[in-house]
Design a binder for this molecule. Structure first.
Ligand code: ATP
Length: 434
């Protein structure tokens, strides 16, 4: 940002319908006799010319009453969180809007959630994490588009700098340590000198240990959901923050290579299977813990209170993956049905990790072999047998556990191309079991 941005330049960056909505809300705020501001990430991103559709509004006055007014006017759904003096609106077209009351926060203890009291917009901006996130844009009609930049966030945006608002910031809320890394990596910004010192100081204590599991999980997964988590992970390591996942987390050169290979594995996977939806952050967590013992991984899962599905993925990332990988990439032929059996219990996330591990091994021939197996496997997963348990019964077979075995064998024979039709299946059953 070389030249000064005018109010009009800034407003022109908003899509027309958003701009109209914000103007209408500003008029409504006039009617309600309150001051209304757009705040936080959306203002920062407007200044940076980056898209951001999270509209966070804050009201100097009664935010919840204003949210009710908006909900009535637009027939929007309304959820009110009295304790936090905030409300969430959902418009009929699906647009979501958060409305808060300007507040001051006080922290009875470090790392716990603060108590909040209504306060001025200036105080509300002061409780925020970094100056770049503490710029407000007023929406009331006479003041529409006016920027309120009490803590010189624009200067820091121009200087590509992340700066806390006060020296106790990381103590109050250690999640800001992760947020700082997130913004630093996302925008390619640098931590301002004092901020860097305060962050390193806070990182060297046990403050983060005091964060609740869900809050730590949220920060870690948000960081790993960024465009380039590899650099963020390197930063976590440099600041010795990986110890908060587990103090014995094993971060070897091998792990580093696997983590670094994950983006390549993702892009291959996305090209081959564009419809597959992957929980990307979990793959990074799997890669990061891929050489740690099962005990360490289990403790990390508990610390981060991962969901059952996430936990299943992360704990599959170790031994089983290595076993399957070895079998799939060693010399000697593996039948398609054997590939199927080796991989059938793995989620797509685990398969991407498998691929990342092979990418990191830098063995071209084995990597090509694995890719071929994966393509064949995903195709074969759609194969079903024509016969069912009912057909087996009609063929005179007594119901029991052997049904599963027979249908399994049929499926394998289908996958291996030994049988192709329902008639083949019937003949196969007749020959082997009847
Ligand atoms: P993103 O682009 O990742 O969504 P954001 O800046 O919009 O980033 P949110 O987590 O949506 O971040 O929060 C919205 C705003 O709330 C921030 O811009 C900041 O002003 C404030 N905020 C969020 N978390 C904190 C925190 N831990 N401490 C202080 N202020 C915070």
């Amino acid at each position: 940002m070389k030249h000064r941005i005018t109010q009009n330049d800034l407003l022109r960056r908003l899509p027309q319908e958003r701009l109209s909505l914000l103007r209408e809300l500003g008029n409504l705020a006039d009617e309600g006799g309150v001051a209304l501001y757009l705040v936080g990430g959306v203002v920062r991103d407007l200044l940076l010319k980056r898209e951001n559709w999270d509209l966070d509004l804050t009201v100097e006055g009664d935010g919840i009453a204003f949210a009710r007014l908006v909900a009535d006017r637009y027939r929007a759904g309304l959820a009110v969180f009295e304790r936090f003096a905030t409300a969430r609106l959902e418009f009929p077209d699906g647009l979501k809007l958060d409305i808060a009351t300007t507040r001051r926060e006080s922290y009875a203890q470090p790392a716990v959630l603060p108590t909040v009291q209504p306060a001025s917009i200036e105080e509300d901006l002061y409780r925020r994490d970094f100056t770049i996130n503490a710029i407000a844009m007023q929406l009331n009609s006479g003041q529409f588009g006016r920027l309120l930049d009490v803590y010189r966030g624009r200067r820091d945006l121009r200087a590509r700098t992340i700066r806390v608002l006060h020296a106790g910031s990381f103590q109050d809320d250690p999640t800001r340590i992760f947020r700082a890394i997130r913004f630093e990596q996302r925008f390619g910004f640098r931590l301002e000198r004092t901020t860097a010192r305060l962050l390193a100081q806070a990182a060297s204590t046990n403050l983060i240990q005091q964060l609740s599991g869900p809050r730590l999980q949220n920060e870690i997964l948000l960081l790993f959901a960024e465009h380039d988590p590899v650099r963020a992970i390197a930063r976590l390591r440099q600041l010795k923050l990986l110890r908060f996942l587990h103090r014995c987390l094993c971060y070897t050169t091998k792990v580093k290579r696997v983590v670094t290979a994950v983006p390549k594995a993702f892009s291959w996977w996305a090209r081959r299977f564009p419809d597959s939806v992957i929980d990307r952050p979990i793959v990074y967590l799997m890669a990061l813990s891929s050489e740690s013992s099962a005990v360490v991984v289990a403790a990390m899962i508990r610390r981060l209170v991962l969901s059952r599905e996430q936990a299943k993925n992360v704990s599959a990332g170790g031994r089983w993956v290595d076993r399957a990988l070895k079998r799939l990439t060693n010399k000697g032929t593996v039948r398609p049905s054997q590939v199927y059996r080796l991989l059938e219990d793995f989620s797509s996330e685990v398969l991407v990790l498998l691929l990342a591990k092979q990418v990191s091994a830098q063995h071209g021939v084995r990597l090509s072999l694995l890719k071929r197996h994966l393509v064949a496997y995903v195709k074969n997963k759609a194969i079903k047998t024509a016969l069912t348990g009912r057909d087996l019964q009609a063929m005179g077979l007594r119901p029991g556990p052997q049904y599963k075995i027979i249908l399994g064998k049929l499926l394998e024979a289908r996958i291996d191309g030994m049988i192709k039709t329902e008639a083949d299946e019937r003949a196969f059953v007749q020959n082997h079991w009847v």
